[in-house]
Design a binder for this molecule. Sequence first.
Ligand code: PMP
Length: 292
Amino acid sequence: MKIYINGTFHTKEEAKISVYDHGLLYGDGVFEGIRVYNGRVFKLDEHLKRLYESANSIMLAMPMTFDELRHATVLTVRENNMRDAYIRLIITRGIGSLGLNPFSCEKPQVIIIVDKIALYPKEMYEHGMRIVTVPTQRNMAEAIPPQVKSLNYLNNILAKIEAINAGVEEAIMLNSYGLVAECTGDNIFVVKNNVIMTPPSYMGVLEGITRNTVMELAGQLSYTAKQRILTRHDLFSSDECFLTGSAAEIVPVTHVDGRTISDGTPGYVTKQLMIAFKKLTETTGTPVFAAA
Ligand code: PMP
């Protein structure tokens, strides 16, 4: 495995950064999780755009241009010679002093890891997943904006712990108004009367690339897709429920807080979206091996 750090490649054992990096000391930095399907990077520009927006939001001056980073990302996949993979792109604030001041840090560090990822067991894609609402709320935008994909994931990790303690794989996180925000690493959708709905980003949600892709695919399949405020009741009384994320793709949800969604099997619209999504991932994206 070849890991990119600031322009050079290292083995997994040798890929190391300073313990003075504020990414480690404070979770100060931003990241992306991107997929490679069939030798093509899926939605690369969309992920890079969100990365640059996240960096701008936390006043982190990106050390590379968009095109340079795009090139480095494709190059790292090519160096690893993988046609199906998961890319973890990380920009840390860089090496600084032990104080909080981010402007004491020398230069942001760019790390690109290309590996495999399998978030949930295969049977969950066929039979559906059980999820529960957890006590840990999604961060308020006034505290740590959920729209920023930062290295500070403790909010989500606390919710994940509560899900695991409850014996399930994923948690529904509510915002401080008690309204549905998202899951710890995925966006959430419901289908009701053939309308596909997901909470708007101002509910405290990361604007998922998969979420946006699903909204587009819904339109192509002649469904109405809307951003709408959702309560737990809306989840319980939905016809279908599913999660989306780059690593997770589309996961059907069949039980929410012990309530069975419809007949307790993955829904028809969800399955149609899963097929359309798979087709899109296999036929679009930035070519890794053909590019010079
Ligand atoms: N919400 C959170 C909190 C996430 O971390 C992620 C990404 N893992 C998502 C939603 C899904 O975003 P995307 O579809 O861009 O992967």
